[in-house]
Design a protein around this ligand. Sequence first.
Ligand SMILES: [Zn+2]
Length: 301
Amino acid sequence: MQGLTPIQRPLGTMITAGTTTRRATTTSDGIDHTPETLDQTKARLEEEAAAFNRAVIEPKDGIYCNLCGNKQTVARVIPVKRKRSDGSEYVWNWYVQDELCACVPKRNAALKQKASGMSEAIENVGEFITDEDWQRSMLQSARGFVMQTAARCFFVGGHTGTGKTHISTKICKAYIERGHALLYRKWTEVMRELLDYSNEGRGQQFKELTEIEILYLDDLFKPIGNSIDAKEVRATFEIIDRRYISPNKITIISSELTLPKIKNIDEATARRIEEMAGGKDGFVTNIGDDKIFSKVDWRHR
Ligand SMILES: [Zn+2]
């Protein structure tokens, strides 16, 4: 939110209380101190609120809003009501209240999209083409995933060109639009960072990966050299396990490897992924070389 909320008055501030002025009368200075009527107070405050709402500032996030003139707050004139002894209500006074504009959630989502590192991908994500049954089942799984809260991992594994990144990006878009904080990272880059012991930011980078609400880890276990080494396996497990034990963390994982193949690299990591995805009938999509097995059964492999 930093630098995003040029609120000119604190929210909910009473600009004019007015009760004291109503008691005033003409005094010896000769100036008419006749208090304004309630209608006059209302008219004056409405003018003031309208002037505030008309004022336009340049939005720092590039989002233009006609309602608030990009100030993110809208002034509204509101009655203060009181009750008579017989229980009926009357308007006792008027005041101006600053309310958060409807554009604020949109601004926050845009900010999060930018911070996620996949701003451009989300802007450009188009319709997911579903020519084949397995594509339809993948889309269905993705739609189901964002509509539920029990499973905390969406896994899609299989060779390139099958739309894994596309479908994962669509899931990310759905979460960002709802205002969640998301981080997109390529596994190879994460490994390069975390296993570079001269990198002083390692601790902070690990913390970020484990603490972010939604992590999209792309290309899990894509070999940097010839093969995956033990250090990479351990570091990967640490990230996945930390997210597994923290409540409310959602992890989206795509890989060129199916989950059974990941199991061959590291069973512990694969099992954590499977469990977070809601078990073997959960949100795991394995796109095979020859066929598509959507819900893989561990025990029969
Ligand atoms: Zn606005």
